[in-house]
Write a protein that binds this ligand. Structure first.
Ligand code: PGA
Length: 244
């Protein structure tokens, strides 16, 4: 099973989002692929209405670790579920870097998502400086450990997305070998913390129709988390098809 998750980030107006979702929903998804669409919070209802009873699942880009109360500007897991959300991206590098999200917060959010039966897509990945210093495994190993080690929750539905920061939105994709090496490394780490369980590991960072086939052919890459190339129905369909 391959997972293709489209992360729209802070893009599209509401009308545009509805039309894009409608165009996406027109094409059935082939067996063995789980296609997920993650629009901004304000578009979830509109996009969800278009995707309802289709082959496409609805995802969100973030979530509060709290249930309810005085958390101005936050959105809870229960609120997402009411809108038909099934997946939630957590700890995206843009949230870690720009909004200051820590490993501890990402872990809290993941545990809450699991408790509420949302599938968490937990993002990890090194920046360029760390890669150039040869520290990518240290960094990613620590991020994976921080969310999985001694977790109280049942982790079987967790999805991990390896997204090297230097490859996000830069057009500079990690080579299939680099992506495979890190995803295989994540498999090994998962085995340490959740013995006997394999969790799907996605690659993200400038995935596009032209490189998706080679990436998905790697033994430890179970799908893709895609930003830019998920914002057009045609290109997203190609990603879901797994080829240009
Ligand atoms: P990109 O974004 O595909 O535009 O590089 C990926 C992501 O940030 O999830």
């Amino acid at each position: 099973m391959k997972i293709i998750a489209g992360n729209w980030k802070m893009n599209t107006g509401i009308e545009e989002a509805g039309k894009l979702a409608q165009a996406i929903a027109e094409k059935p998804v082939k067996d063995g692929v789980r296609a997920v669409v993650c629009p901004p919070f304000t578009h979830l209802q509109t996009v969800g209405a278009q995707l309802k009873d289709t082959d496409y699942a609805l995802g969100a880009q973030n979530m509060s670790p709290y249930d309810d109360g005085a958390y101005t500007g936050e959105i809870s897991a229960k609120m997402l579920k009411e809108l038909g959300v099934a997946y939630v991206i957590l700890g995206h590098s843009e949230r870690r870097e720009i909004m200051g999200e820590t490993d501890a917060l990402v872990r809290e959010k993941m545990e809450k998502a699991l408790k509420e039966d949302l599938v968490p897509i937990v993002c990890v990945g090194e920046n360029l400086e760390q890669r150039e210093a040869g520290k990518e495994k240290d960094v990613v190993g620590k991020q994976v450990a921080a969310v999985l080690e001694n977790a109280a929750a049942d982790l079987s539905s967790v999805v991990i997305a390896y997204e090297p920061i230097w490859a996000i939105g830069t057009g500079k994709t990690a080579s299939a070998e680099q992506a495979e090496e890190m995803c295989a490394f994540i498999y090994e780490q998962v085995e340490k913390f959740v013995p006997g369980k394999t969790l799907p590991v996605l690659y993200g960072g400038s995935v596009k129709p032209e490189n998706v086939e080679e990436l998905l052919a790697q033994p430890h890459i179970d799908g893709a988390l895609v930003g830019g190339a998920s914002l057009k129905a045609d290109s997203y369909h190609k990603l879901v098809e797994g080829r240009a």
